[in-house]
Ligand binder design. Structure first.
Ligand code: FDM
Length: 215
């Protein structure tokens, strides 16, 4: 681009098992960035508002059955359909704070019988690469203390434990900028950790082009 090109925004992802406080923390981060004069927007995956997202939502609410491979590809397609708008926003200097991304996609499907990490990662290869992925770490005992799981598919303690192990495998990949956040702290302390990491990522993202995930 020309000398006047605006600095790009950062792509920041929050991941973690249920009850870790991802959605609360995404909202608080966006608010804090906006208040300090940095343009920021929140996104979440699955984005249930699109046509593909409605199929996924119906599956999660157990109103429809879908074959496991097919629904995995729908989750991935739901990310790809948002890529043009994500890139546009990042180029405009907007930082995107994303509640779940491809890592949830891989972690949740790969615990199902007959799936391996490698197959699960393939459809998401080449997605915009997050500048920072914060994993909100919470023990299953602490998650249980925070109340009952909901009624949606996957919302059981055994499934979540298996998902946690898959996240741990994914976090060994050093091509991704993972930061583990202790989500057992109070909301404000977690928030301060997240804001600290995010400012660093936003500063670094200004000077490097957006990467491609797992490529
Ligand atoms: N989930 C989420 C997947 O199985 N694959 C994916 O690619 C993504 C993004 O969908 F159980 C699962 C994870 C979770 C559910 O719940 C979405 P929330 O409450 O909308 O985050």
């Amino acid at each position: 681009g020309g000398a006047m090109a605006a600095k790009r925004g950062a792509l920041i992802v929050l991941e973690g098992v249920d009850k870790a406080g991802k959605t609360t923390q995404c909202n608080k981060l966006v608010q804090a960035l906006q208040q300090s004069g940095r343009p920021a927007e929140m996104m979440r995956f699955p984005d249930r508002t699109t046509t593909i997202g409605q199929l996924i939502s119906s599956y999660l609410e157990k109103r429809t059955e879908l074959e496991d491979h097919a629904v995995h590809l729908l989750f991935s397609a739901n990310r790809w359909e948002l890529v043009p708008s994500m890139k546009r926003k990042l180029e405009q200097g907007i930082t995107l704070v994303v509640d779940r991304y491809a890592f949830s996609g891989v972690a949740f499907t790969s615990v199902k019988p007959g799936f391996c990490l490698d197959w699960c990662m393939k459809p998401d290869v080449g997605l915009p690469k997050p500048d920072l992925v914060m994993f909100l770490q919470l023990s299953s005992a602490e998650a249980a203390r925070r109340g009952h799981f909901g009624e949606e598919r996957y919302e059981t303690s055994d499934f979540q434990k298996a998902v946690q192990q898959k996240f741990e495998q994914l976090m060994k990949d050093e091509s991704v900028n993972w930061q583990v956040i202790d989500a057992s702290q109070d909301v404000e302390s977690v928030h301060l950790d997240i804001v600290g990491h995010s400012h660093g990522a936003i500063r670094l993202a200004q000077d490097v082009p957006l990467g491609e995930l797992w490529k």
